[in-house]
Structure formats: C-alpha cells, structure tokens
Write a protein that binds this ligand. Structure first.
Ligand SMILES: Nc1ncnc2c1ncn2[C@@H]1O[C@H](COP(=O)(O)OP(=O)(O)OP(=O)(O)O)[C@@H](O)[C@H]1O
Ligand SMILES: [Mg+2]
Length: 502
C-alpha cells in the first residue's frame, strides 16, 4: 500500500482521439488517475478499452494519427503533453520505463543481448554531460515549453482555418452570391489569422527571450561548475597518483605488487568519476541480469534473443528498462504472451524489483485475476473511460459497476474448475461511442437512463468511485451476480480461517 501518499504521476481529464479512414475514433475519453509513490496501480479492461493508448500517451509514443484533444499528464510539475521532444527523450526510458506485451518486439533480433543491455547504459555514459544537463534542465524545460505553447496556440488557430477552407471548397453553393460571401469571410479570417500569428509571436517571443537569457546564464554557471568538478577530481587523482608512485619508488619488493594494484584502482576510479566505461557498463549489465533472475549471466551475455525462452526474454526487457534506474515502471500486459507458471514468475519478479527499487508501477492487464496479489489500487476501464476506481480491496470485495462484476465473473477459478462466464456481447465501436453508459448494451442491469445519459462518478468511499446509475438513490436495489458474491464470501471465509490459524 502506498504509505507516503505522494503523487508521482497525475493524469487529468485525458482525451485521445485517432484520425481513421472511417472517422474520428475516441480511444480515451476523459481519463483521470493519480499514481502514488511506491504503489502498484492496475488498469484493467477488455481489449480496446484504451489501456495501451493511455500508457503510450504517458510515454509520449502515440501513433502519428493520434490527436490529444484534452487533459494533461503531470510529472514533477511538468505537463508531459507539452514537454518538448528533447526533454521528453530524457524522461522517457530514464525516469519512466515501459515494458510491453511482446518482449520480442522490444529486442533487436540480431544484436547479442549483453550488448543491448550495455547500450542502454552507455547512452548515458558521459557523466560530466549528465551533470551539466541536470543543472540546466529546469530552465531548459521552461524555455522549451514557452516555445511549445506558442506553436500549439498558432497551430490550433491554423487548423481551424484549414477546416473552414476545406468546408468552403467542398460546399455546393446554390448561387454565386453565397459563394463569394463565404470567400470574403474566409479572406477576412485569413487576415485575422495573420494578425493573430504576429500578436502571439510577439507575446510569447518576449517571454521566450527572457527565459533564454536566464537559460544562457544558467548554462554559463553550469559549465563553470562542471569544469570545476572535473578540475577538482583531476587534481585529487594526480595527487593520489603522485603519492602512490613515490611510495612505489621507496617500497621494498614485497609491497610493490600491492601498490601497483592501488595505482590501477585509482586510475579506474578516476575514469569512473568522469564516465561510464565499457567494462563498467558490462559489469552493471551482469549485475542487472542477475537481479532479474537470468541464470548464468556471463554465458547468456553473448547470446541472441532467439536463444532465450519467452519468460527469459521478458526478464531481459525488464533488465533494459531498469538500467536507467527509472522511478516509474509501466508494464503493459507483460505476461499475456507467457504460460501460467512463467506468468507467475514474472509477476513475482516485478513485485520484487518494485519493493527493492521503490518503484511506482502501472500494471496493465485484461485479467483481474492476474493482479489480485499485486495491485494496491485498481482502475477498471471500459470504452475509453474509467468506470470504477478503488483500492484492490474495494474492487475485489465491494465492486459496484456491472462491468467490474462481469470482469470478476470471468476470472477462471483454478480450484473448482468452474465454468467461466464470458462477458456477453462485444465492446462498442469507438467511432460511434454509445450515448449513455457504454456498457449498457451488454448489461442485464441496464435501465432506461443508461442508454440516454452518462452516469457521473458516485462516491462510495474516499478512495472508491464508480460511474453507474445503479448507485443513484432513485435506482432500484440490485444484487451483484451470484458467482461474484459467492466468491467474495468464500475468500472472506478463507481469510478468516487464515487469521484464526495464525
Ligand atoms: N493508431 C491508431 N489508429 C486508430 N485507432 C487506434 C490506434 N491505436 C489504437 N487505436 C484504437 O484505440 C482503442 C484503444 O486501443 P488500446 O490499444 O488502448 O486498447 P487496449 O485496452 O490496450 O487493448 P488490448 O487489451 O487489446 O491491448 C481501440 O479501439 C484501438 O483500435
Ligand atoms: Mg493494449
């Protein structure tokens, strides 16, 4: 459970659409959630509910036809949706790591895996450069964001104008007068746009100029600081080396080897202070390979991805994600392609590294059963919306949304080999999302209003919310499906037995 209550990532009212040949597809519709430090938040929902699109938006790797139509993603006081590409490059994979469903697609098939892991480390090998970038990063982000905001403002107006122009071009006019009226209007708008661009540029450029001056000052200071650091490290190194060498010249034969060794160590230490050497990168890779449970890493280091099993490949992908010591790890169905035993091992591994490295984890899955033992909190997604949101306990023991009930009913029961209840019907086509509660058409609990109006979030507790009309005071009281309430009863009884036994 998250104990510190510090929010590391906050997604607010995110809306993501896709341009497709058949129209605009609404993949993510007003999604909000917080990720607390040290917790595992599970996002669960059927295929197409918008889980991957949400995580790709966080990583800044949405497809080209995506339109982010609203919302923000706040990370350390920055809106990731506005951060310029170069800054994002630093965050992506460094502060936020991601592992995907299919490990093969994240690995290069023709490069030995050791090299793939060390490469991830060596990208950041120049420690002085890293230090410099860290020192200037805040001011750089501020400056870049101003430019980005300027471009977004201009672009938004430009798109409006282009839309109008196409509309006029393709319109069938009854008479020439209407046409020339529209064309005159368009010309007026174009002139207004030119003015707007001028004004916007002037406004933002003044701000950008100031920020650029601040940045230049910071860069100057940072350069100096890095130079001083290097000088200091070098001076210390020279001093130490000189003293060791003079020791060596006076030493008797029995002490010589030990001093020679010290000299070598000092040299390595000095390089390590300035950069990550290939040897160090390899050493780190082997340590991380061991950490993620790859047996015989020395030998495995020189093998290609095809020489590994699916589970081992997923471990390598996790190792690569870890080389940058991320703060947040997003796992998008990392076990779906694996068989059940291996699945359990990978889940255990993710849980372990989460604890050891104090990571905050977003875990995406379509199978609630998978996450019963790892989730602190659960967000249930359907048709691009979060329909229920609560602690794992609330979702598993006190579910409120009919879709959550359906998901819980479809978890296969390993012990009783009970037949699963597949969720009837299919998710809606998101080019034409349903009007009311998107799940209504598949729910036997649906009421008239479910087909007309979208339900608001009803509060069940401080941590538990669900968007279903069933929670409206005027709604008739309905019970959750038997299969779900029975399971809850049984597992509560089992919990009790465990407690008594202890
Ligand atoms: N580049 C794209 N162009 C058009 N539609 C897209 C694109 N990427 C995703 N979509 C659509 O967005 C919706 C949400 O997709 P998403 O990949 O987030 O689903 P998901 O919940 O991750 O499902 P799964 O469990 O199958 O991975 C789907 O309807 C999908 O078809
Ligand atoms: Mg997906």
């Amino acid at each position: 459970m998250a104990e510190t209550g510090k929010t590391v990532l906050s997604v607010n009212n995110l809306v993501v659409n896709f341009k497709t040949d058949n129209g605009i597809l609404q993949a993510v519709r007003d999604v909000s959630f917080d990720l607390e430090e040290g917790e595992t938040l599970c996002i669960v929902g059927e295929s197409g509910s918008g889980k991957s699109v949400t995580s790709k938006a966080i990583m800044g790797i949405l497809a080209n036809n995506a339109i982010i139509a609203g919302g923000n993603i706040m990370y350390r006081g920055e809106n990731l949706l506005e951060v310029a590409e170069e800054e994002f490059y630093k965050i992506r994979g460094h502060k936020i790591g991601m592992i995907f469903q299919d490990p093969l697609s994240s690995l290069n098939p023709i490069v030995k895996i050791g090299k793939q892991i060390t490469e991830a480390t060596l990208i950041n090998s120049d420690k002085l450069k890293l230090m410099y970038n860290d020192l200037i990063s805040e001011d750089m982000i501020r400056y870049k964001n101003t430019l980005a905001r300027r471009d977004i403002a201009i672009d938004t107006e430009k798109k409006k104008l282009e839309l109008l122009e196409t509309q006029i071009k393709t319109k069938d006019y009854a008479d020439g007068a209407a046409k020339s009226a529209d064309q005159a209007m368009l010309k007026q708008k174009k002139d207004a746009f030119k003015e707007f661009v001028k004004k916007t540029r002037a406004e933002y450029d003044a701000e950008a100029k100031e920020l650029k001056a601040v940045l230049a000052e910071t860069q100057k200071k940072a350069k100096k600081q890095v130079k001083e650091y290097k000088a200091q490290v070098t001076q210390e190194h020279k001093k130490k080396l000189a003293s060791l060498k003079s020791e060596l010249s006076k030493a008797g034969p029995e002490a010589r080897d030990s001093i020679k060794k010290q000299i070598e160590e000092e040299k390595t230490e000095y390089t390590n202070k300035l950069s990550i050497t290939k040897e160090e990168a390899k050493k780190r890779a082997l340590t991380i390979m061991k950490e993620v449970g790859i047996p015989d890493p020395e030998k495995r280091y020189n093998q290609y991805p095809f020489e590994f099993s699916g589970g081992m490949r997923q471990r390598i992908v996790i190792a690569i994600a870890l080389t940058a010591s991320p703060e947040i790890l997003i796992c998008d169905e990392p076990t779906t392609a694996l068989d059940v035993t291996i699945q359990a091992q990978i889940l255990e591994l993710i849980n372990r590294i989460k604890e050891e490295r104090k990571l905050s984890v977003i875990f995406i899955t379509h199978d609630l059963g998978v996450v019963a033992n790892m989730a602190d909190r659960v967000a249930v997604m359907y048709a691009g919306k979060i329909v229920e949101y609560g602690t794992a306990e609330e979702i598993f023991y006190d579910p409120k949304h009919p879709y959550t009930w359906a998901l819980l009913s479809s978890i296969p029961d390993v012990d009783s080999k009970e037949k699963l209840e597949a969720i009837p019907g299919t998710p809606p086509n998101m080019i034409y999302p349903p009007k009311g509660d998107a799940f209504a058409a598949r729910s036997k609990y649906a009421m008239n209003i479910d087909f007309r109006e979208q339900p608001e979030y009803y509060r069940i507790s401080d941590t538990h919310y669900a968007a279903t009309w069933l929670l409206d005071p005027k709604a008739p009281k309905v019970e959750m499906p038997k299969i779900v309430s029975e399971r809850i009863r049984i597992s509560l009884e089992e919990d009790k037995k465990h407690e008594q036994a202890e």
